[in-house]
Write a protein that binds this ligand. Structure first.
Ligand code: KG4
Ligand code: ZN
Length: 342
């Protein structure tokens, strides 16, 4: 079964073709980062308009590189939510229009399920059950995953998501948008002993997170340097910030493994691309004897492949999960726990 996946929930247009026998045939991505950069964050209306411009040319490219024709597509999966309403509507309407024209089944995919299952696209995928840490720009959640659609929330952030904290702290340091990769690179040049930032909720005895205080702590440090923060201070603050986030995320992952008795940890979402986090988790895994799985780097952040893949898994498990009613709707707010099991 050949599934077309369309992702448009935020500032990346992602298109992919996944075949349930042959695997991922092709994918293409357009990032709007350069367009939103001058505003310091995503401008929803600009995002929607850009998805309209990009989606069909990207689809054409994926078809060409995959050597497939439109009529080879058996089903169409699109990100139905959560995300920016206007941006989601673009992907949903294009998916529905194509499904209607090609007379193919259509399936709406939960964006976070796409992230959660993306490590299963890798060469050596984990078996169920596993603990998943979902760390993106909008979410920081620990989950127990027993199968497709069988997700139990173990812990959540009480305020900012980890990626949001990266982005806001990077902005305070003048490192641009989105700041995750920039602050991470900068941290490598920082002195780990220069500053100590708090480890929010490290000893909270539950699996919840809180990151908004860290951003305030970064602001306080930045204010201690009137005028321009020099390069070395930027690096030192970045290092203090990254060390704090990584220590908390790692400790909570270990606690989740202990609480569930599981030996497999899956990391998904944009912050999962973070080198310092991977290093800390790999070291902990080696020491404690559990295994940690990551998506391919290019599938950590938003992409169409994870949507096509999640669509294929759901349709394989239950063909009735698709619809031929092309009156689509989107779900900008959509708790993952509301998803049915496959
Ligand atoms: O999963 P994603 O692409 O989009 C959402 O669904 O939110 O995640 C984007 C987030 C941004 O906050 C970005 O700064 C962060 O992931 N990010 C990183 C890295 N790469 C992306 N954060 C830390 N280190 C990175 N290398
Ligand atoms: Zn995402």
């Amino acid at each position: 079964m050949l599934v077309l996946g369309i992702e448009s929930s935020c500032d990346e247009t992602g298109i992919a073709l996944y075949d349930s026998e042959r695997g991922l045939l092709g994918h293409a991505l357009h990032s709007q980062v350069a367009m939103h950069e001058e505003y310091g964050g995503v401008v929803p209306e600009l995002a929607s308009r850009d998805h309209i411009r990009r989606a069909l040319p990207l689809l054409q490219r994926v078809l060409e590189t995959s050597g497939a024709a439109r009529t080879d597509i058996d089903a169409i999966a699109y990100t139905q939510g959560p995300g920016l309403a206007g941006a989601l509507l673009v992907g949903a309407s294009i998916a529905s229009g194509l499904a209607l024209a090609l007379e193919r089944p259509l399936i709406g995919i939960h964006h976070l399920e796409g992230h959660l299952l993306s490590p299963l696209l890798a060469a050596d995928p984990p078996d169920f059950p596993f603990v998943a840490l979902l760390v993106s720009g909008g979410h920081t959640q620990l989950m127990r995953v027993d199968g497709i659609g069988r997700y139990e929330l173990l812990g959540d952030t009480l305020d900012d998501a980890a990626g949001e904290a990266f982005d806001k702290s990077a902005k305070l340091l003048g490192l641009g948008y989105p700041g995750g990769p920039a602050i991470s690179r900068m941290a490598d040049f920082g002195d780990p002993n220069a500053y100590q930032l708090p480890r929010p909720m490290l000893h909270s005895k539950n699996l919840d997170f809180s990151f908004s205080g860290l951003k305030t702590a970064v602001l306080t440090l930045v204010r201690q340097h009137p005028g321009n923060v020099c390069y070395q201070d930027q690096a030192n603050i970045a290092r203090a910030f990254v060390d704090a986030v990584v220590e908390v995320l790692t400790a909570k992952c270990l606690a989740a493994l202990q609480q569930t008795g599981l030996q497999r940890l899956v990391i998904a979402g944009g912050v999962g691309a973070n080198a310092q986090l991977r290093e800390a988790l790999n070291a902990a895994a080696q020491k404690r004897g559990f295994r940690v799985y990551y998506p391919e780097l290019e599938f950590c952040t938003d992409n169409g492949a994870m949507i096509a893949f999640a669509g294929a898994l759901r349709l394989q498990a239950n063909p009735a999960a698709a619809t031929r009613n092309y009156a689509f709707n989107v779900r900008p707010r959509w708790p993952l726990e509301e998803l049915p099991a496959a």
